[in-house]
Design a protein around this ligand. Structure first.
Ligand code: TMP
Ligand code: ASP
Length: 237
């Protein structure tokens, strides 16, 4: 499968057409951005790490019955994926309070949430990805019906329960993560985009050391070392 014209360039990935109209090639970039791209950086090898991590996690989820856009990995930084229409909702799932949740609601960092929290954010950089409630999603026509929103929440919780136990076995706390979904030509909702330390928070089980993009966001250093550690633990058994 050969890379055709560039379809879309995001902050962490590029999407290319292929000779098959139903398939795209996704390229994982070394760029890092934070706070609506106000902070920018580049970490050689980050794209390859995220490509490997995301491939492993999508395969894990597929094994547990979650449908994804992943067809196969092509090389270190490229995946062949099904072409979908992305639902412009970032589905954020949280187990522990930190980040924007702590900031917005004044919750102490590290508070274990009484239940898994699912939030929706509008995937719109110009607006700064604002938080949405169900009625906002329906009003903006981001999904067809309330049952689609219920399905996004159900999928978010299911992905959380699979990944939480997978990472717990590897001595990592899955603090929170963001996922995106797309609709394929047959109308199926497929997990799309990526799942990586760019889009998840992982804390070491014993030390609470941050092993994710917060190292970049907060200027903690050793970004690549942390991502390598996450991959190592994913592959550990
Ligand atoms: P937040 O605490 O900044 O809202 O982030 C919640 C989770 O979502 C965290 O794991 C990081 C991820 N995330 C993204 O993947 N992309 C984004 O643009 C934002 C704001 C968060
Ligand atoms: N990825 C987002 C940005 O580039 C925000 C973040 O992850 O903090 O701005």
């Amino acid at each position: 499968m050969n890379k055709g014209a560039l379809l879309y360039e995001g902050k962490g990935k590029k999407l290319f057409f292929t000779e098959d109209e139903n398939l795209l090639i996704s390229e994982f970039k070394d760029d890092l951005t934070a706070f609506n791209a106000e902070k920018r950086g580049n970490e050689a090898g980050k794209g390859a790490l995220n490509c490997k991590i995301s491939t492993q996690l999508f395969k894990l989820l597929e094994k547990h019955g979650i449908k994804t856009h992943l067809v196969k990995t092509l090389d270190d930084t490229h995946q062949l994926v099904k072409k979908v229409k992305i639902i412009p909702i970032e589905v954020v799932v949280r187990n522990i309070a930190t980040g924007s949740l702590s900031k917005r609601l004044g919750m102490k960092e590290g508070t274990i949430l009484p239940f898994t929290l699912v939030e929706f954010y509008y995937k719109d950089d110009a607006l700064g990805d604002p938080i949405l409630n169900d009625e906002h999603c329906l009003m903006l026509g981001l999904v067809k019906s309330e049952s689609d929103l219920e399905e996004l929440k159900r999928l978010g919780r299911e992905i959380n329960s699979i990944m939480k136990s997978f990472f717990s076995d590897r001595k990592l706390k899955l603090v929170d993560f963001k996922v995106e979904f797309g609709i394929d030509t047959e109308g199926n909702i497929l997990l799309s985009d990526e799942i990586s330390p760019d889009s998840c928070r992982f804390w070491d089980m014993d030390t609470n050391e941050k092993l994710d993009k917060d190292r970049f966001r907060q200027g903690l250093g050793d970004v690549k070392v942390a991502y390598e550690e996450v991959l190592k633990r994913i592959l550990s058994h």
